[in-house]
Design a protein around this ligand. Structure first.
Ligand code: NAG
Ligand code: NAG
Ligand code: NAG
Ligand code: NAG
Length: 290
């Protein structure tokens, strides 16, 4: 009987492993890193290795309980999310001096690949750092002055004509929410970050419009989930996605193994009960023969 036990546990373990590898039928209703930002679909946790519900660019990594997101190979801190407005507010992950910070790098959001775009309350601003020659009549950023090196900031479209490229050490362009002013407190504005809107692409929008949720894998291949497990193009046609036959195969194998295991269990129980009844009957025999 020990061998039958081993046999059964092996099969149940295999089923568990097959099940454990597959994606659950629905995404978590919400998750958080432990700060006060709550995420839900289309956000997902980057710790998921193979497939995930949610848009590729909205993968969240928790770093020391801080919600972060990766855009264009740079890490940003997520400060706020509004699923109704499909918007999020992000800021630079690392900003040195809070009073007079330097923009660490350009922010470039590629709307065509990231599903993200600037919200309409965002404006671009241009920094010109450590200029050794400067145009007359423009105010430098006082707190960034180092000897004869001056730094400047201008709203997009309001940059004075000047050869900034030749005369300054670095040029950085970043977005900023328009509620903030570049003349009063640029440090505060940078700390507050900027707002982005997310949207889905055509195939994902079609999936969502049919009542499904979008799934992507590491290669950013798209599938539609219709809440029953399985992968579809969308939930109206319910056609299984062909490239997924392999997983369907695994599922079938799992089902077959499951059936066999159940059959064996039933046989085993029936056999034990038969043995038991036989023994009981035998024990009772002398008494009933009174
Ligand atoms: C989302 O934005 C709307 C409109 O600004 C606001 O009414 C709502 O409270 C916001 N929700 C969250 C969770 O911030
Ligand atoms: C955005 O990504 C597309 C596709 O990879 C590329 O062709 C395009 O040049 C990118 N745009 C910018 C502004 O980087
Ligand atoms: C400007 O120059 C100073 C002094 O050389 C340097 O410490 C600082 O990092 C520079 N800032 C930028 C933004 O390049
Ligand atoms: C983008 O976000 C802003 C600010 O929350 C909101 O007013 C706007 O409706 C959003 N746009 C889209 C296309 O969702």
């Amino acid at each position: 009987m020990a061998s039958l036990h081993q046999f059964l546990s092996f099969f149940f373990l295999s089923i568990f492993i097959i099940k454990g590898n597959s994606l659950s039928k629905s995404p978590p209703t919400s998750f958080s890193c432990g700060d006060d930002v709550d995420f839900a679909y289309p956000f997902w946790q980057r710790s998921q290795k193979t497939e995930h519900f949610g848009y590729p660019s909205l993968g969240v990594s928790c770093i020391n309980k801080m919600s972060t997101i990766q855009l264009d190979n740079h890490l940003y801190r997520v400060k706020n999310v509004n699923n109704t407005m499909k918007s999020l507010v992000v800021s630079f992950y690392k900003l040195g001096d809070a009073i007079c910070p330097v923009a660490p790098h350009d922010v470039s959001i590629n709307a065509s690949t990231s599903f993200l775009s600037y919200a309409n309350n965002v404006k671009l601003i241009h920094f010109f750092y450590n200029c050794t020659v400067y145009p007359s009549g423009v105010e430098p950023i006082k707190c960034l002055q180092v000897g004869a090196k001056h730094s400047y900031v201008f709203l997009d479209g309001l940059v004075p004509k000047f050869d900034w490229k030749t005369n300054c050490e670095s040029l950085v362009t970043i977005p900023m929410n328009i509620e903030n002013s570049i003349t009063t407190n640029i440090g505060k504005a940078m700390k507050e970050g900027f707002e982005l809107n997310w949207s889905s692409n055509v195939e994902c929008a079609s999936c969502e419009a049919s009542g499904g949720l979008c799934i992507y894998d590491n290669e950013q291949t798209f599938y539609c989930s219709c809440g029953k497990g399985g992968h579809y193009a969308n939930c109206r046609e319910q056609g299984l996605v062909s490239s997924n036959y392999f997983k369907l195969g695994l599922l079938s194998i799992g089902l077959v193994i499951c059936c066999v295991a159940i059959a064996i269990t039933i046989l085993y129980i029936v056999k034990r009960r038969k043995d038991g009844i036989y023994k009981q009957g035998f024990n009772r025999l002398p008494m009933s023969g009174k």
